[in-house]
Design a protein around this ligand. Structure first.
Ligand SMILES: [Zn+2]
Length: 86
C-alpha cells in the first residue's frame, strides 16, 4: 500500500486487519463483495492508496480503479457466486 490511514476502514481491509470477501487484487486495487449484501453481485473497488474521497483521488488512481471496474464482469463470472452485477 502506498499510503495508509489507520482510521480508514478501507485501509484496514486492504492491510488484512479487517476481513473481507476478496474477489480480485492487483498492485493498485482490491475488489471485495459488498458485506451488506443489499444487492446480489455488488462489488466494492477500492484503491490501495488511501484517499479521502473522489475529489481527493489523483487521476492515476482513478484510471487504475476504472481499469479494475472494467474487469468486474469477468471477475463476477469467474470467481463470484453471482451472475448479476451492480
Ligand atoms: Zn484508506
Amino acid at each position: 500500500m502506498i499510503h495508509k490511514n489507520n482510521d480508514c476502514i478501507f485501509c484496514k481491509i486492504i492491510s488484512g486487519e479487517r476481513p473481507c470477501k476478496k474477489v480480485y487484487e492487483d498492485e493498485y486495487t482490491l475488489v471485495t463483495m459488498d458485506k451488506a449484501g443489499d444487492a446480489d453481485g455488488h462489488m466494492l473497488v477500492m484503491p490501495k492508496k488511501h484517499v479521502n474521497n473522489i475529489m481527493d483521488t489523483d487521476i492515476e488512481s482513478l484510471n487504475q480503479m476504472m481499469a479494475t471496474v472494467k474487469r468486474c464482469p469477468i471477475i463476477a463470472w469467474t470467481t463470484a457466486d453471482t451472475k448479476e452485477l451492480t
